[in-house]
Design a protein around this ligand. Structure first.
Ligand code: 5AD
Ligand code: SF4
Length: 461
């Protein structure tokens, strides 16, 4: 019998990417191999994101497209997983509009994929198994990581912050930290396999460890991970400004491995809006945090997330956001138009989504114009500097250049000689050009030697 094949389509954040690696690991343990395209797969998993309406529309559009494929290949199993599955509205919608779906499971029970798949294969009906809350943290799940030198490691699941616009506490549940020993053991194993650029993940990594006995924190964890030979760069995402401690700033400042990229989602610059968002900090306390970061980590690149058009946002509130951007001078800002999410407090407020769409779009455009100008100016400071970059691969837009990343997360493009494969190598470069979204540079030395032999076989645990 031909080998059975799987295809996973992932939407959303790095937590979802990591979940997909675990689903892939489980499927490979069952004997499945990756399919190059969905048309060739015996199992398709759509791993969905619920953070904004647009993310949901993309996933539902894709599920809609798969109706035809399912009609042509009825023996194929189609599963829907991830954050949207945690929303009751999705189940009702799928039952009504997507009879092609065989299986729905959520973020809390993805470790059950093998059993659920078996049930779905034996059933004529759509199998739905979504847990409303998380069980114990499940360790030692198989995982199929991407080849290369970059690896992602979960450290904390869920979020207890309940920002009034955000669906995550509902789709990912309350905070649960992994034991530090388990994380250290996982990263040690990754380092032995040749992974050198490790990112620790959580919806709010800054609250890591408060629920452990004895309590731990992110600074403790990063200090332990720093000691592991073979790990060259350590990253962490995502941060919450409220929990970003001075101890963490000092730990980063003293470290040669922890990234100099500080991503601090601010969401808004107006205190009235921040309060209504339940962010638990003010514009002033946020700016103070940024000053302390800049003082101790002068080479830090700073990025943020901003929402425009939150319910009740006035022109004056929005001006506060522009003012904050001018003061911080971020390297990059990820900007979003407010999207009301079912179950969240803000979506229940009167008017639900009162800022008119054209106003939201106009604010987004003004915000982006300002930020692009600042990004360009920030990048000029890099001209002439020599930096180490990790070569991530051939640029998708231009095959003549390698796309690389610096320790502080800047994109650098360097000329590519097709005869030499630099993928996944660390290369010293000099910066020769600075644009709004990237730098350009030239190699000024040989790639560094690998810290560990490249893996020949992928581990399953
Ligand atoms: N509408 C718009 N943007 C949102 N984000 C989270 N929830 C919403 C929403 N309801 C943005 C925030 C967050 C990023 C991941 O997505 O800026 O930091
Ligand atoms: Fe999307 Fe948030 Fe779920 Fe990540 S955790 S997939 S961003 S809804």
């Amino acid at each position: 019998m031909a080998q059975r094949r799987y295809f996973i389509k992932t939407y959303g954040c790095q937590m979802n990417e990591r979940d997909s690696e675990i689903m892939a690991g489980q499927l490979e343990e069952l004997g499945y191999v990756p399919a190059a395209r969905d048309q060739e797969a015996d199992v398709i998993v759509v791993n969905t994101c619920a953070v904004r309406g647009s993310a949901e529309e993309h996933a539902l559009g894709y599920i809609g497209q798969l109706r035809q494929l399912k009609a042509e290949r009825p023996s194929m199993t189609l599963a829907v997983a991830g954050c949207m599955a945690q929303e009751p509205g999705t189940i009702a919608w799928l039952k009504k509009h997507a009879p092609q779906v065989d299986l729905v499971f959520g973020t809390h029970n993805l470790h059950q994929l093998p059993q659920l798949l078996e049930q779905a294969e034996a059933s004529e009906e759509m199998v739905i198994d979504v847990w409303q809350s998380a069980g114990e943290v499940v360790e030692h799940l198989p995982s199929r990581r991407k080849d290369g030198v970059k690896a992602f490691v979960n450290i904390i699941y869920g979020c207890d912050k309940f920002c009034t616009y955000c669906i995550v506490p509902f789709t990912r549940g309350k905070e649960r930290s992994r034991e530090m020993g388990a994380i250290v053991a996982e990263v040690e194993a990754l380092a032995r396999e040749g992974y050198q650029d490790v990112t620790v993940l959580g919806q709010n990594v800054n609250s890591y460890g408060h629920d452990l006995n004895p309590p731990r924190d992110l600074a403790d964890l990063l200090s332990e991970l720093e000691k592991i030979d073979g790990v060259r760069w350590l990253r962490y995402t995502t941060s919450h400004p409220r929990d970003f401690s001075q101890k963490l700033i000092d730990t980063i400042a003293a470290s040669s491995k922890i990234t100099r990229h500080v991503h601090l989602p601010v969401q808004a610059g107006s205190n009235a809006i921040l309060k209504r968002m339940n962010r638990k900090y003010t514009k002033e306390s946020y700016l103070d945090l940024i000053e302390r970061v800049k003082e101790k980590i002068p080479d830090a690149s700073l990025t943020t997330d901003i929402i425009v058009g939150f319910p009740g946002e006035t022109e004056a509130d929005f001006e506060e956001t522009l003012d904050l951007i001018r003061r911080v001078r971020y390297d990059t800002a990820f900007t979003f138009i407010y999207s009301p999410r079912e179950k969240t407090p803000a979506a229940r407020w009167e008017g639900r989504d009162p800022v008119p769409n054209p106003v939201k779009k106009d604010r987004l455009n003004r915000l982006m114009a300002l930020q692009y100008q600042i990004s360009w100016e920030q990048n000029q400071q890099y001209l002439g500097r020599e930096l180490l970059v990790l070569v991530e691969g051939v640029s998708k837009k231009d095959h003549q250049v390698w796309a690389c990343r610096t320790h502080n997360n800047k994109v650098v493009l360097i000329d590519r000689d097709p005869a030499i494969d630099l993928t996944d190598r660390f290369v010293p470069v000099r910066i020769t050009g600075a644009k709004t979204f990237y730098l350009t540079g030239e190699a000024v030395g040989n790639p560094l030697p690998d810290s560990a032999p490249r893996r020949v076989e992928l581990p399953m645990a």
